[in-house]
Design a protein around this ligand. Structure first.
Ligand code: SAH
Ligand code: SF4
Ligand code: F3S
Length: 472
């Protein structure tokens, strides 16, 4: 779906103020023989959404999107820095692009996202990746047309990084890939400085969008057929704190809940330390807010939580979980875990498993600790050996998978409400969607069900997905 197409008046986007001249340049250049662009995105939903904005700007400038890198005149990699593995993938892909550029010297290469916000990466780019045309950090997207023009007209790599302006850009165009559900950023950045995490350094300080800007965006999405929104922030529970809004996150949920035509509301991520009982009550009270919460616990012992600078204890976490389980009917939960954090002991892993057995998450995203330069934990001396990390990872995975399977089996024979998102990627004639509790459900059905809420009776329960038949 294109919310904003090429015919839209560019001046409408105050986010692109002063960029009209550069956009007009590309529109003229692309008039007769439009250049093709390819975008690949790594990382979290924030990055996914930034890619939608970058793509929206390419569209406005007359470029045409291609899904084939080999056909592209300009390739953009929107990168993630959260773990080393994510970065290695990008470096590997850049190596391939170097070869492609060897064959196609006019190819333009752009790297955006969180990797350009790290000094070590920039040093590496400057030494070994001189063939990149534009490196653009997360705080500079509103200048994208201008930077792109400079990159096109110069032989040397253009850098726009370390831009410390923690601003919020409203009204950037967006080319969204789907039409049933959409991500909406409600805030940017993070103030928490967990000792393992690079995000506060790559995304800057926490800042929240005004409630009216969020509501206007969601109204526009709903007018374009969107049925479900996910409100995004690194810590949605502290929404509006820096700005001292008189609307807190629970109040914002209520405002969004009042939007007519919207069917479902989700949100992520909830930091446990800022989660309020009021929020839990609102999740229960507001009919469109789904009974699903992603609440990263990261570790199962107070010693590790303290060393991670998470600012809550196992006990205070559990108090909130118990309240939520008691008060939100049909609640499902998921979490993030870091395994192999410096100083982690076998006992820490055992207490994490105890916590799993109590909370019974539907989904656990387990990440092996990865050292990040510039973060405090990078310099902790008691780093864990790789083979121990792997052993613990496998142990945790086995326990969490068994719990997920156990949870899944409870759906057998039950009828669930599914918001139909589209055709399944794997099987012809099969549609896919999600329950309110965020379980994937596949079923045979006609395409005219897409975008609708349907009832499905469950006949097969896999750990992370269900299969069933539609009930008329
Ligand atoms: N703001 C969110 C998470 C953002 S990053 C929150 O606080 O919950 C997503 C996940 O990546 C984190 O929850 C954490 O589990 C993981 N992560 C972050 N830094 C990491 C690192 N250095 N090594 C391994 N996993 C990491
Ligand atoms: Fe990273 Fe912690 Fe902020 Fe989440 S809350 S983005 S883990 S620093
Ligand atoms: Fe990665 Fe940046 Fe998101 S580091 S997880 S893309 S905020």
């Amino acid at each position: 779906m294109k919310l904003i197409n090429i015919e839209t008046n560019m001046a409408e986007f105050d986010g692109l103020k002063n960029q009209t001249e550069f956009m007009t340049y590309f529109r003229n250049e692309n008039m007769m023989n439009p250049q093709k662009y390819f975008i690949e995105t790594w990382g979290c939903q924030m990055n996914e959404h930034d890619s939608e904005n970058l793509s929206g700007m390419f569209d406005l400038m007359g470029f045409i999107r291609t899904d084939l890198k080999e056909n592209a005149d300009v390739v953009l990699y929107n990168t993630c820095a959260v773990r080393e593995k994510a970065e290695m993938k990008v470096f590997g892909n850049l190596g391939h692009l170097k070869n492609l550029k060897g064959r196609k010297p006019d190819l333009k290469i752009i790297v955006s996202g969180c990797m350009p916000e790290e000094d070590v990466t920039i040093e590496k780019f400057k030494k070994e990746y001189k063939f990149i045309d534009l490196v653009i950090g997360t705080h500079s997207y509103q200048k994208f047309p201008q930077l792109l023009k400079e990159a096109y007209l110069n032989d040397r790599t253009k850098y726009d990084i370390n831009n410390k302006e923690d601003i919020i850009i409203e009204h950037l165009p967006a080319n969204r890939d789907y039409n049933v559900k959409a991500f909406v950023n409600i805030m940017h950045g993070c103030n928490n400085f967990c000792t393992y995490c690079i995000v506060p350094y790559t995304r800057g300080r926490e800042r929240s969008r005004k409630p009216e800007d969020i509501i206007n965006e969601i109204n526009e999405l709903v007018n374009n057929g969107v049925k479900e929104v996910t409100l995004l922030g690194q810590n949605v529970n502290s929404y509006g704190r820096t700005e001292k809004f008189d609307v807190d996150f629970a109040d914002l949920l209520e405002l969004v809940n009042n939007i007519e035509g919207l069917e479902r509301i989700r949100f992520m991520t909830s930091h446990p330390k800022d989660m309020t009982f009021k929020l839990i009550d609102y999740v229960n009270k507001l009919d469109k807010v789904c009974e699903f919460m992603h609440i990263p616990v990261q570790a199962g012992s107070n010693n590790l939580l303290r060393r991670m600078n998470r600012n809550y204890t196992v006990e205070s976490y559990m108090e909130k979980i118990e309240y939520a389980k008691k008060n939100v009917k049909g609640l499902t939960l998921s979490t993030d875990i870091i395994v192999g954090f410096p100083g982690e002991t076998d006992e820490d892993v055992d207490s994490l498993i105890d916590l799993f057995n109590y909370v019974k998450y539907d989904n656990v995203f387990t990440f092996i600790y990865s050292k990040r330069k510039g973060t405090p934990a990078n310099d902790y001396e008691d780093q864990i050996d790789n083979h121990i990390k792997k052993e613990r990872f496998n142990k945790i995975l086995e326990v969490s998978n068994n719990i997920a399977k156990e949870n899944s089996l409870q759906y057998m024979g039950k009828t669930v409400e599914v918001l139909v998102e589209g055709p399944s990627k794997n099987t012809e004639g099969v549609l896919t969607g999600k329950t309110r509790g965020f379980k994937t459900v596949n079923f045979e059905g006609e395409k005219d069900n897409i975008g609708k809420l349907v009832n499905v009776e469950i006949t097969v329960c896999n750990s992370f997905s269900l299969f069933g038949k539609i009930i008329k």
